[in-house]
Design a protein around this ligand. Sequence first.
Ligand SMILES: Cc1ncc(COP(=O)(O)O)c(C=O)c1O
Ligand SMILES: N[C@@H](CCCC[NH3+])C(=O)O
Length: 415
Amino acid sequence: MAIFHYHDGELFAENVAVAAIAAAHGTPAYVYSRAALEQHWRAFDTAFAAQPHLVCYAVKANSNLAVLNVLARLGSGFDIVSAGELARVLAAGGEAERTVFSGVGKTAEEIAYALTANIRCFNVESIAELERINHVAGEMNKVAPVSIRVNPDVDAGTHPYISTGLKENKFGIDINLAPAVYQQAAAMPNLDVVGVDCHIGSQLTSVTPFVDALQRVLGLIDTLEQQGISIHHLDIGGGLGIHYKDETPPTPAAYAAAMQSLLQGRSLEILLEPGRAIAGNAGLLVTQVEYIKATDERRFAIVDAAMNDLLRPSLYQSWMAIDPVQPRQSEALNYDIVGPVCETGDFLGKDRSLAIAQGDLLAIRSAGAYGFTMSSNYNSRPRAPEIMVDGDSVTLVRARETIESLFANEQILQD
Ligand SMILES: Cc1ncc(COP(=O)(O)O)c(C=O)c1O
Ligand SMILES: N[C@@H](CCCC[NH3+])C(=O)O
């Protein structure tokens, strides 16, 4: 049985009617499925079972403590990009020793915090960052485990805003320059070179760019071996796409098979950093139609969720499925699904054929990744609650923000 499915004419999350969740917690609201999170994480873990590996879930996709805790209980590692994400992992019961620290802009404070926590590895993105980590580790009398994120100059074939492995992107170190940078790193007294890292982009729907990148990275590892630098782990990043509309991304098993065909005979531990493929289709955003408004040009369904709740359609023109929670039999008409925010770009879907009326609930699908984590308070809108379904049980895992909390840290001048 699909985890989000229709039964008796209404949408369910596991064994719970989405309309019942909306009635209890209001809208807009994020709804996650524990079973889906577990199933998606296990799909990666099982696919790579043939070799030493660690699935390091990319926290940025969905960093709710309950989500991180569900994955930590399975033995997940984590990929973080800030001190805040590390603090979340630790608060959720995850282990720093199973956590890698990515990102181009780590501050000295973040590096010190990660070293104190005993992080598994820093994925380093520049020479200046290597120098900073070496310096901070030295001051703390520590040796920092590092791997260098290399940029293999591979076209991931995805949206330009989420492609990261091209020379023109800010990420990583040019793979052609990497041997010299590894020599520099190896000579720094407070660094321990343990790995190579590569992440080429997000929402990839073909294995070809992954395979191309892996071939280049394995060539680098061979070069490094010849230069006396031995590599313990290879972090192949995240990026595997999901089904939003008509994509047919490779399954984790197909992805693993393609990668493993190149890895045979090598004694490398493989680290993975999937985010979207674990959390994306484990969540939806439920929203209510506030008004129907027709002009000469278009028909709008104005809903109570907006770009501040779910930015992907506005930011990337992403298409996300929008389904009625309790479908009607009436005639379907074309609607633009828009929010109350004062921006023309505030839309969740355009030209959608739907049979709906004022007051109806809609589910925006595939919203478990890069949904809540990219939300904001724009237009002074409190952030939506997050709710985890587990079989028959429903837990509010983050309460709806209150209006007072929006300005609790502000103050007015005294005179
Ligand atoms: C370094 C790094 N690792 C992992 C991820 C997770 O990517 P995805 O959610 O596409 O699997 C990202 C985001 O693209 C990233 O920048
Ligand atoms: N936020 C993006 C993905 C960015 C990946 C982060 N490295 C999305 O929603 O598709």
